[in-house]
Design a protein around this ligand. Structure first.
Ligand code: GTR
Length: 496
């Protein structure tokens, strides 16, 4: 319907332009054939009154100017209408029909820029670099090359309070991490829980959506002062209140993680970059104004790349802390922060294990399958997450010369775990599994098993024999204790 209206408006505008141009042409020929004549009727066909009757002398130049103006206005209308067609183009409805999602071609993760397949693990470092660069250029954006100064302040160190109980066996620390450059600074609050009985614990690091205070009921956790989504409980005027404490604690089963022998660290993603489209002024983008994405620099960093860069800065801090194994850093994230965890794993090889939970489009799910959330939908709803080049693929997945299996492959040979949920069709569980499957040849170069499965397993039946693990949790889009239990088992299986 919208199309029909737009076409009708364009046709009407075109007709108006043609008419004006015709009148303009007539006027020009009249001028070239002798100068001033008078129109028999000025603006009212059939009128008996002429300009001569009214005693008006017509000034052709002024008249031509008016006509030109009208023609230009009409032309502008046409251009605006055409622009409108482009802008308001309806996004293809989401597909949930598996028969329409199965016909796609993927480039091998071993194929280099010339299309030739690499054959040995000695070639992997260069191939990995090529893939990371491809994904940075076309999707996530390049983070700045310049560095920041990092200053830390430990403002809390004591026993954890979890589930209303003081846990003598769990050490809680809170560290203000200041990222500084050219007189500007961004503060990121890092909360860390570590087991007292393991001097160098491998550490899961993941960003949270609502502030560190939302991850547990410990009243000592500093309330975030960064931007929060008003739709989250306990948020007033984009600020967290006391009522927001523990409201996402089911995503952070801290006691269980630490009692399994691991440290766990988290920070509010808004500390790094508030999650709304502000033209990349705030958060860490603001530290690098000369690296800001714009029409002339469509491959610079979006928010996912900024959050991933922030995770690397937190890794810089974590690897210096006692109680944490600097060789045991593992990155984890849910949903948009699962996309972020994967990109952090791609760009920073210090993350020894990478965990993507329900990461979906722009995360583990293959875009070319066109199932659930699409490139066009994500780029429209969240124009700040990816770079501008990624918009080329809005409803044009056929143009994609890469896909998310290459993102998974960039993590090779390090173990990667992909978690889906059965009711999370928007994130395309099968597309998430197939990414892992198609990344497997990179792992085979190292004599490692990837993910053989090409079909979804039964719910709550993890596939974790190889270096690419997968499970389909029964239920909704979320990250719950069941998911963490699998991440922990997978990390242990890989020696952590
Ligand atoms: C949705 C978005 C998904 C996913 C999710 C989330 O609105 O479409 O790609 O990232 O948000 O982060 O919770």
């Amino acid at each position: 319907m919208q199309w029909l209206i737009t076409i009708a408006v364009v046709l009407a505008a075109l007709a108006l332009v043609a008419f004006k141009l015709w009148r303009f042409g007539k006027e020009l020929s009249r001028l070239s054939s002798g100068g001033e004549t008078k129109t028999a009727c000025h603006g009212c066909p059939g009128s008996a009154r002429s300009d001569a009757d009214l005693g008006i002398t017509i000034k052709p130049l002024v008249q031509i100017g008016d006509k030109t103006k009208h023609a230009l206005i009409a032309l502008w209308v046409v251009v605006a209408c055409i622009g409108n067609v482009g802008m308001s183009q309806e996004i293809r409805p989401p597909n949930y029909d598996e028969s329409k999602a199965s016909n796609f071609d993927l480039v091998s993760v071993l194929a280099g820029p010339d299309g030739k397949l690499i054959e040995s693990k000695d070639q992997w470092a260069a191939q990995r670099k090529y893939l990371v660069d491809l994904l940075a250029r076309e999707e996530y954006g390049y983070a700045p090359k310049d560095s920041v100064a990092i200053r830390t302040e430990l403002f809390d160190d004591g026993p954890a309070v979890l589930g209303g109980q003081t846990k003598a066996n769990i050490r809680r620390r809170q560290i203000a991490v200041f990222l500084e450059r050219d007189g500007k600074q961004v503060r990121v609050d890092l909360a860390l829980w570590s087991p007292k009985d393991r001097p160098k614990a491998p550490c899961f690091l993941g960003l949270n959506f609502r502030g560190n205070q939302s991850t547990c009921d410990d009243p000592k956790i500093r309330l975030t002062t960064s931007w929060c989504d008003n739709r989250s409980p306990g948020v007033v005027d984009n600020k967290a209140t006391e009522a927001s404490r523990a409201n996402q604690s089911e995503r952070w089963p801290i006691a269980q993680i630490v009692e399994a022998g691991f440290a766990v660290a988290t920070a509010h993603y808004s500390d790094i970059d508030p999650d709304y489209d502000d033209g990349f002024e705030n958060g860490v983008h603001g530290l690098f104004p000369e690296d800001r994405i714009d029409a002339d620099h469509p491959s610079r960093w979006g928010s996912v790349a900024a959050w991933a860069w922030g995770l690397s800065r937190l890794a810089d801090v974590l690897e210096t802390l006692d109680g944490v194994d600097p060789k045991g850093l593992m990155v984890v994230g849910h949903s948009r922060l699962g996309k972020t965890a994967l990109w952090a794993g791609a760009t920073d090889e210090r993350f020894q294990v990478v965990v993507s939970n329900n990461s979906g489009c722009g995360g583990a799910a293959l875009s070319k399958r066109i199932y659930g959330e699409s490139v066009a939908r994500i780029n429209t709803a969240f124009p700040h997450w990816f770079n501008r080049n990624f918009r080329k693929y809005n409803d044009r997945e056929d143009l994609l010369l890469f896909d998310q299996h290459q993102l998974i492959a960039t993590i090779a040979p390090r173990p990667v775990y992909i978690a889906s949920a059965s009711n999370d069709k928007w994130a395309d569980p099968l597309g998430e599994l197939l990414s892992g499957h198609h990344a497997s040849s990179a792992y085979r170069l190292f004599g490692k098993q990837g993910l053989d499965a090409v079909e979804l397993p039964a719910v709550n039946t993890p596939i974790a024999q190889g270096a690419i693990g997968y499970h389909l949790r029964d239920g909704e889009h979320d990250m719950l204790l069941y998911d963490w239990e699998q991440f922990i088992a997978f990390a242990k299986q890989h020696g952590f």
